[in-house]
Write a protein that binds this ligand. Structure first.
Ligand code: SF4
Length: 193
């Protein structure tokens, strides 16, 4: 693992010496990461893919379509036949910070929508002493809930794009206390829409 880290970071450090800071930071996390990885494997999960490009075309009511695409950090599988995948997204944050904004999270359901066969999705919080996976709120509520949340995100996108195609106004969502100092109000049209 240490050799692998050196190999992967070498071109980044050759390009920018400051990448050494990221390498040192990651090397400190290695023992905790390996503990977490062993726990995953004890639960039956095995690494299957990384940096997987995924996309999905969603039809719109006016006959047009919109393409959602992204890249999933990591996909694990079990040996159990017919059991779906586990989608993982690495975050250089603490589990506490991730948990605090989980209720508004759309990234993991969107990944589940793009993948189409996931039974769980989680953020891997890398910044704590012990590395932990913080599961999507939807994933923690039972079988099928994650995919239901994924479909709901798809419907939200379809509905939003259908409205935009029909000429819906797009008000900027700025906060007054910030917007009052901003010089971009003409660009975002906050003053006009
Ligand atoms: S660009 Fe500026 S004015 Fe527009 S929403 Fe953002 S902060 Fe407010």
């Amino acid at each position: 693992m240490q050799d692998c880290v050196g190999e992967v970071f070498a071109p980044a450090i050759a390009d920018n010496f400051l990448a050494t800071g990221w390498r040192l930071r990651w090397e400190k996390r290695l023992p905790a990461y390996l503990d977490w990885q062993r726990a995953q494997e004890a639960l039956g999960w095995r690494w299957a893919q990384a940096e997987t490009r995924v996309s999905r075309v969603l039809p719109l009511v006016d006959g047009d379509s919109v393409e959602l695409y992204g890249r999933i950090d990591r996909i694990d599988q079990t040996r159990e036949t017919g059991k779906g995948a586990s989608l993982l997204d690495y975050k250089t944050q603490t589990a506490k910070v991730i948990r605090e904004r989980l209720k508004d999270d759309v990234q993991l359901p969107a990944y589940a929508l793009l993948h189409g066969d996931a039974v769980q999705a989680a953020y891997v919080a890398l910044d704590d002493e012990r590395i932990a996976a913080v599961a999507s709120v939807a994933a923690g509520e039972g079988d099928g809930v994650l995919l239901a949340a994924a479909e709901a995100q798809g419907q939200r996108l379809q509905s939003a794009f259908a409205c935009m195609h029909a000429g819906a106004r797009l008000p900027a969502h700025g906060v007054d206390s910030v917007c009052q100092w901003c010089e971009m109000s003409g660009l975002c049209r906050r003053d006009y829409v």
